[in-house]
Design a protein around this ligand. Sequence first.
Ligand SMILES: Cc1ncc(COP(=O)(O)O)c(C=O)c1O
Length: 366
Amino acid sequence: MVPYVNLSAQHAPLKVELLDAVKHILEHGQFVLGTEVDQFENQFAQLCGTRFAVGTNSGTDALILALRALEIGDGHEVVTVPNSFVSTTSCIMLVGARPVFVDVQGDYNMDPAQLERAITSRTRAILLVHMTGRPASMNEIIHVAEQHGVPIIEDCAQAVLAEYDGQRVGGIGTIGCFSLHPLKTLNACGDGGVITTNRERLQERVRLLGNLGLKNRNDCVEWSGNSRLDTLQAAILLVKLRYIEDWTERRRANGAYYQKALRDVAGVQVPEDSPHERAVYHTFVIQADRRNELKDHLELRGIGTAIHYPTPIHLQSVAATLGYHRGSFPVAEQQADQILSLPVYPELTEVELEAVVMGIREFYHA
Ligand SMILES: Cc1ncc(COP(=O)(O)O)c(C=O)c1O
């Protein structure tokens, strides 16, 4: 049996540290903001090499706050990709702006060649995603962004510690948005998120907007909601931050194992890292002929897999009013039919990795 995810395997060795952290909070009773949130924000900023980090209650709220802090709303366009989790686009819709999709390339990331053509006088931001934990083509995208004077929002939900030309994501564009959802590589025991930036003004804006527009306890200067990172989650995340570098190395090693073991299998395409990137493989996504049959075949052998994501956002029923159709983004659509995420979590054993590889090789008679 190789489950697709195994959070118990992550938490078992951490139980004492995690319970100690929770016990400490129960004893001091500061459940909203406070020392643990401050410490988490400081350590996370250091991890990403940014001046600031601001905790949020989810990756989704991180994106909404980033868009709002950049004053993006009615009548504005935001260029983004159609193959992400639906949240990336929901946030654009929720602030009243219009998502303009561009197709992706073989690494599942925004195709810079298409980006240029999607920019109009109404474009107010490029919202790119570092999909699967592989950084987008930042040199080319920054070039276009600078030419048109638009900010870059990095959706780093899948990419903690990923690097492009030695620089960590979240600090390359104007503002970075991370999810700390339980299935992410740095994961809370519940929902969580964080925003990174080097710009003081943006940091102040997202902090204010994420805390009901309160300048202080009694002075509200702007209508806004509550997107604060929970203090219990911050305490849990502080424990996990001690391990994130090691977990990431193990994910990368698991990815390298699959690359080597599956590269020669006809019918399977494995991701190949470019010299620019340090991929962190939040998901290890292969493209497979007869993908659904392969998925069933592995399932029968007790091997869990997943599809991220089977329906591109422009083909979701909710997106019908945006005017896109099947054929609008051929690469994203073709990938949606062939992608399969293999188990890649750090706690996988060599025997389990071997079982996944054997299952795939068997299916293709390789
Ligand atoms: C690329 C991407 N963006 C945004 C999100 C939203 O994050 P959250 O679930 O923490 O709201 C996720 C994951 O859930 C994601 O994978």
